[in-house]
Ligand binder design. Structure first.
Ligand code: DAH
Length: 364
């Protein structure tokens, strides 16, 4: 064996075992550089080919090329093996637990305020009975909030409303924050042709604050006007509403004579309930709770709204939305409704994706 053959054999043995011993891709790369890199042992040997005679090169060329190819192949094979092994380790370590719950999307984290939820429920119920939904402005005139509703200046009912007034205008009149949603009755009757059948939910304001009163609160007004609507219709409508809203088979209602300037006769409506436990139970028990005011629309209101009371008649009602929300969803203090506390909203709020409907269920 020539010296070159011996050297080639030694290098091959040495690198072959170094390749087999390389435990990582980094270690293998070091072996590759030591053998085949620019200054590697095999590369150095091959540089010698140029100085050889053609005779010598004939023998040394295939010898060294063979050496280089076998070492390169061995490195490639080992590389593939180490890659494979590294992947196995990674797969073993990086497990995905597909049984973990999915993180909530933003639309699911957000919450609908109980008040908005209850308004949506009320709209769903009355829309199903064929009612339109109307809106009126929060800032009203004295005319719409009082006078046209048969509450002239100096009428004692004005004092009961604890009205927030704005500064006096040049003509001496004062705008105000509407104290109830009833002005929408007049606005609608003046701007649209009868028959009327609508509800008008919205914000209302009175200078009042305790556990069940806030300066800003919510009402929904209801009105039906045509030539034949009578008190039987009123009663059925309200009972149907209460039954649907409280999601019970039947509710017992009590119509108490009362007084509102804009209705004649006027009634306050109580529902049977049980207040002995922590939560109020609707439809059972020995207690009564007032939930709304209503009546047949006063002829003076029809006249003030441009309708002939000899031809048209109908009913109206006003419901406190916040109270209904507290009743149904068990929140004890109305003031917390308007604190803007996210923890409260997380507890009492509703998913934005559960839109209340009569066929899908009002609340789930
Ligand atoms: N507007 C009344 C209030 O805020 C509620 C009300 C009572 C409205 C009787 C009506 C009604 O439409 O007929 O106290």
């Amino acid at each position: 064996m020539s010296d070159l053959q011996t050297e080639a054999k030694t290098l091959e043995d040495q690198f072959t075992s170094a390749i087999a011993d390389a435990e990582t891709l980094d270690a293998l790369e070091q072996v590759r550089v030591a053998a085949l890199g620019k200054k590697g042992r095999v590369s150095e040997l091959m540089k010698g080919l140029g100085k050889m005679s053609p005779e010598e090169r004939k023998e040394a060329g295939p010898l060294l090329n063979g050496l280089k190819t076998r070492i390169a192949d061995a490195i490639t094979a080992r590389q593939a093996m180490l890659h494979e092994a590294a992947l196995e380790v990674q797969l073993e370590q990086e497990r995905v637990d597909v049984t973990l719950p999915v993180a909530a999307a933003p639309a699911e984290q957000g919450r609908i305020h109980p008040n908005s939820q209850v308004m949506d429920e009320i709209v769903a119920i009355f829309a199903d009975m064929g009612f339109d939904v109307k809106e009126g402005p929060d800032i009203e005139t004295d005319e719409y909030n009082f006078t046209a509703l048969n509450i002239p200046p100096e009428h004692p009912a004005r004092q009961m409303h604890d009205t927030f007034y704005f500064h006096e205008q040049e003509d001496g009149s004062r705008l105000l924050l509407r104290t109830h949603t009833s002005p929408v009755q007049v606005r609608t009757m003046r701007s649209e042709k009868p028959p009327h059948r609508f509800i008008a939910p919205g914000r209302t304001f009175r200078c009042d604050s305790d556990q069940t009163h806030t300066p800003m609160f919510h009402q929904v007004e209801g009105m039906v006007i045509d030539e034949t609507t009578h008190m039987g219709h009123l009663r059925w409508t309200l009972e149907e509403f209460a039954r649907a809203y409280f999601e019970v088979d039947s509710v017992e209602m009590r119509f108490r004579p009362s007084y509102f300037p804009f209705t004649e006769p006027s009634m306050e409506v109580d529902i049977r309930c049980d207040r002995s436990g922590k939560d109020v139970k609707i439809g059972q028990g020995d207690d009564w709770m007032e939930i709304l005011g209503c009546g047949m629309v006063n002829p003076n209101v029809l006249s003030a709204s441009g309708l002939d009371p000899e031809v048209y008649q109908g009913f109206a009602f006003g419901i406190g939305i916040d109270r209904l929300a507290m009743l149904k969803y068990g929140a004890p203090d109305l003031r917390a409704f308007f604190d803007g506390d996210l923890r409260w909203l997380k507890h009492y709020g509703f998913s934005a994706l559960d839109v209340p409907s009569l066929y899908g269920g009002l609340s789930r």
